[in-house]
Design a protein around this ligand. Sequence first.
Ligand code: CP
Ligand code: NVA
Length: 300
Amino acid sequence: MNLLSIWELEKKQLEEYVNLALEVKKNPGKYLHSLEGKTLAMVFEKASTRTRVSFEAGMTQLGGHAIFFDFTTSQLSRGETMHDTAKTLGRYVNIIMARLYKHADLLEIAKHAGVPVVNALTEEEHPCQALSDLQTMKEHGKLFAGAKFAFVGDCGFNMANSLMLACAKAGMEVVLVCPKGYPPNQKYLKEAKKYGKVEIVNDPVAGLKNADIVYTDTWISMGLEDEKAERTRAFTPFQVNAGLLSNAKMDCIVMHCLPAHRGLEITNEVIDGKHSVVWDQAENRLHMQKAIMLKLMGKV
Ligand code: CP
Ligand code: NVA
């Protein structure tokens, strides 16, 4: 069993992950020895703070051990294939998580490792973040059918892809608020529309109207650094600032997967303000990673 995308999960499975993470958070002592003797390999081709530390700390808290496997200091940097790397790691460890540039490489690892594989972010999806975000929405009373989820900014990359599917499957109304020149990923849009109402709004003020949840992410995701200047120009009108936020519901929550680029996609006033739940989001990554590992390793 793997966790490669939100695409492959049904609503019931999303609920199971959320409920398990909530239980792990409430009752961490119950799972102290659940993964004793087990090893996690953490394959990183891109930078990370939250994902790395929450997986590693989570594995320790479950009684197991985690190995940071960095591209630049491994034989991958000298041309060893994903295929051969996956086959090798699968002989040493019990579970693998990988953060990679190409989703196709993740699928290659999953095909050959012979142990559970977790997507720790690719250009297509960030399922661990989306699952823990559902947990955070639930804790704040925002995970309900008909809640309006507005994703503001770059609606064409991993976070928007995973969240439009997760929120549509959860029965929410999804609004993708983005500039005309940067549309959502059409494949994900088509899939999300199978589960509920998903609209694209190019006017940020109209897009945030009555939103229960306002979510944003960087305009320049890892791998898109060369497009920084034109992206910053195009996305500036979509900055989540106090003025724009005043269009959302009075009791809305503001979410960001982090890392934030303060003063670009979100202002200090908003990220540090009363609507922001970003630190709960960051914390819940830990509980959800534990839930993911327990589930994939058949411990629950
Ligand atoms: N949100 C998230 O995945 O953060 P990191 O890039 O720090 O892991
Ligand atoms: N969209 C961002 C998410 C970082 C957690 C990126 O891919 O860089």
